[in-house]
Design a binder for this molecule. Structure first.
Ligand SMILES: Nc1ncnc2c1ncn2[C@@H]1O[C@H](COP(=O)(O)OP(=O)(O)OP(=O)(O)O)[C@@H](O)[C@H]1O
Ligand SMILES: [Mg+2]
Length: 744
């Protein structure tokens, strides 16, 4: 089927043809034949890289241009939302019948808003969590949605992220039964079951545009699925690196999946020395620039220094310990063919398009603390393997597992390469997870009676797969909890949320967090400090990640706890009374302590040294903290606590956001000034905006990390006079300044 023959507006055809798309892939054709463009609900379960996104694009264009509809595109991850945003943006050149152009919007942050500004977008891309929070705020424009695309819908199976997706889909179906649902999924055994739940037709294909050769390496021989075999050269003792080198020598790039951050780093280290001799001189020069950029986008740490060093040699690692800016630079560097070997943890396995000719699955086992090793699922393996051989980049792809023995090779061949992905199962009926959703159902008026609540949850995938009665038992327990904690009121048949309950639901926090914060604000500790707030939020189930102490830290931490006993919002459990509670407390205390040293301006590198907390984790703690402090502020307001406490909370929130002592706050409020530069200014005697107003450009540029461009930007913000000749004398900003203009 040709793109030109499709029943879609010419403008869209033109854009597709210009981007090199002229013929539909068979799964796309099947979807069109099944009525995707006529508004039929579909579950499209098709292998990685088979072009599922395009089906969504075609439907979207059709809805917007021919039915003045609105499209909601749901993704499980922010990174994927960003990629889809770029992909959909190509349609923003098209004019709609009303003369305006197609508008593509993305919203993934701030869970306490209905984002009314999204109203003017035709295509709205969000994460599942953001969509859930928008539903809780009853965003008005949601009623106008006529097409919902759920990407990576097999994640219904994921115990953390699945339930939210499931609830979001059930709500959207309830709000408007006429909405078209398009669910995109990896191939799974029970796609039909998911389809039945969504009142959709299911299409399952095994087709892939680029041949993916899957195999297992043992010794130095790869055995492929089709029975063929291939010998590779042995350069290093590490089989994964030998595989990667083989790919690079034939002009490709390799992506190695490791099970832990540590393994990804050590593999990258080893690989870098092996490939360095293969990197050409011109490539080395561009790599050098990328390497400098890595050092320029944030604080220097031992991790960013190592990353920069490896990148200069054509290798990189990618894991959640890296900050977002670094991860993006690495992804782009790999996408543009500069980085030749990328080692990554499995977070990179979903939906992204990367030019990996070969994917190497280094470990098929994962370690879960307190549980031990377990083998990954076939579904997960297929997702990783599917990053190899993406249509725009390579003609074929290879995905290789590594075996130590022949026995293991046979096992891997049978259990992964030749195996079918598992069934997906709803993970909704877990009290911890369901709590917030039950409250939201009441608070956002999706149900007004107990029966209404059961009816709603009776329409979830869980109820469809199992017995609605099973979920009812959990809901009853939750309702009792919500009633006891005064989040809901019962009046005969009717159930209503109290103000407290409604606000907790909107704030997108676990009801248990709401209770924790409420209780803490009522009973204050003898000495109230920033640490008190940090412990309060670390005590909630929404603090993520929880920073577990290493055994070497326990003594020091116990000392810290002892010293700050009077500041904690929740009392310290006695070790001899309750060992587990005490250990849990130490985790909380560490998480609180890390926040404390962050606002005392400890550098990111010192954080790694002192707490073994990597920047990525630190940023996530900061993000959770900002969120929970905002929630605390809102609840404090609701309960009418004193003005002092509210302004205290404001100050702590701002300090955690910027990582500074209070004295730097006026400076970091300026654009282009982060905590590093603010400290430099402050130490040089520029402590207030007035000081800066009086400063000359020369005085400012004499300071480290402040170039003429930034100096001018500061002056523009604080006012004050710049003499024309003074300005002219200054040369244009250096290259580094351009790049380092981020808050820093
Ligand atoms: N008909 C087509 N002709 C040429 N290229 C295409 C066609 N359809 C899609 N592509 C390209 O194929 C690549 C993979 O598509 P897409 O990301 O939609 O895969 P997917 O099925 O969603 O895979 P995953 O399961 O990994 O998310 C994209 O780069 C896309 O531009
Ligand atoms: Mg996809």
């Amino acid at each position: 089927m040709k793109v030109s023959d499709l029943p879609i507006p010419d403008a869209a055809k033109q854009i597709l043809t210009e981007s090199g798309l002229s013929e539909l892939y068979p799964p796309q054709e099947e979807a069109v034949k099944a009525g995707a463009l006529e508004g039929k609900n579909l579950v499209l379960a098709s292998p990685t890289a088979s072009g599922k996104t395009l089906v969504a694009e075609l439907c979207a264009v059709k809805h917007i241009l021919e039915r003045s509809g609105k499209v909601l595109y749901l993704t499980p991850l922010r990174a994927l939302a960003n990629e889809k945003y770029t992909e959909f943006n190509k349609y923003s050149a098209i004019e709609k019948p009303n003369g305006r152009r197609i508008n593509v919007g993305i919203s993934t942050g701030d869970y306490d808003s209905s984002d009314p500004w999204l109203e003017r977008y035709d295509i709205i891309i969000t994460t599942n969590e953001k969509a859930d929070s928008l539903l809780r705020h009853r965003a008005k424009w949601i009623d106008e949605i006529s097409l919902v695309v759920a990407d990576e819908v097999h994640l219904l199976n994921d115990s953390e992220r699945g339930p939210t997706l499931e609830v979001v889909l059930a709500r959207l179906m309830q709000i408007n039964p006429d909405t078209q649902f398009l669910a995109l999924s990896a191939t799974v055994k029970n796609a039909e079951e998911a389809a039945e739940w969504l009142k959709a037709e299911s299409i399952t294909t095994e087709w892939r545009p680029v041949t993916l050769k899957e195999g297992v390496l043992q010794q130095n021989e790869i055995q492929f699925k089709d029975g063929s075999a291939f010998k590779i050269e042995k350069h290093s003792a590490n089989p994964a690196i030998n595989l990667a080198l083989h790919t690079i020598k034939t002009g490709g790039q390799a992506l190695i999946f490791a099970s832990t951050r540590k393994n990804s780093v050590s593999l990258a280290r080893k690989a870098s020395t092996e490939i360095e001799p293969l990197v050409s001189k011109p490539l080395k020069r561009t790599l050098q620039r990328l390497s400098e950029e890595i050092l320029a986008v944030g604080e220097r740490t031992r991790i960013s220094e190592l990353l920069a060093e490896l990148v200069a040699k054509g290798t990189a690692f990618h894991h959640a310990g890296l900050g977002g800016a670094h991860r993006r630079l690495i992804e782009t560097g790999f996408r543009e063919g500069r980085i030749k070997i990328l080692t990554a943890t499995p977070t990179l396995a979903f939906g992204v398009n990367l030019p990996a000719r070969m994917v190497i699955v280094h470990d098929y086992r994962r370690y879960e603390p307190g549980y031990g090793y377990y083998p990954i699922t076939v579904l997960e393996y297929k997702q990783m393997a599917g990053r190899a051989g993406r249509p725009r980049y390579d003609k074929t792809g290879e995905a290789i597992l590594i075996a130590k023995t022949e026995d293991e090779r046979d096992y891997l061949m049978e259990s992964y390469v030749l195996a079918q992905p598992e069934r997906i199962w709803s993970k909704l009926a877990v009290e911890r997870i369901l709590r917030g959703h039950v409250l939201a159902t009441i608070a956002s008026d999706f149900a007004h009676t107990e029966q209404g609540i059961y009816d709603f949850f009776g329409k979830t995938f869980y109820a469809f797969q199992y017995d609605p009665k099973a979920i009812k038992a959990v809901i009853i327990r939750i309702l009792k909890f919500l009633y006891d904690e005064e989040m809901i009121e019962v009046d005969g048949e009717n159930v209503r949320a109290t103000k407290f309950g409604r606000r907790v639901s909107e704030l997108y926090i676990d009801p248990v967090s709401g209770v924790t914060i409420r209780d803490a604000l009522k009973t204050r500790p003898p000495v109230l400090t920033a640490l008190s707030y940090f412990q309060m939020i670390a005590h909630t189930p929404d603090m993520f990640p929880r920073l577990r102490p290493y055994s070497s830290e326990v003594d020091e931490l116990a000392l810290f706890v002892d010293e700050h006993r009077s500041e904690f919002m929740f009392p310290v459990p006695e070790l001899w009374e309750d060992h587990i509670a005490y250990e849990e407390f130490l985790t909380e205390a560490k998480t609180a302590w890390v926040q404390q040293v962050w606002i005392d301006e400890t550098t990111e590198d010192q954080m790694i040294e002192q707490f073994k907390v990597q920047p990525g984790d630190l940023y996530r703690v900061i993000e959770s903290a900002r969120w929970l402090l905002h929630a605390s502020h809102e609840l404090a307001r609701l309960f009418g606590v004193s003005k002092d406490l509210l302004s205290d909370l404001d100050m702590v929130t701002e300090r955690i956001e910027k990582g500074v002592k209070a004295e730097l706050l006026p400076l970091v409020r300026l654009e282009g000034i982060g905590r590093v530069r603010a400290r430099i200014l402050h130490n040089a005697g520029f402590k207030t905006l007035d000081d800066l107003k009086k400063a000359s450009i020369e005085q400012l540029t004499a300071l480290p990390l402040i170039g003429p461009k930034l100096a001018k930007r500061i002056k523009d913000q604080v006012g004050g006079f710049i003499k024309a000749e003074e300005w002219k004398k200054l040369k244009k900003g250096d290259d580094w300044e351009q790049r380092a203009l981020t808050e820093y």
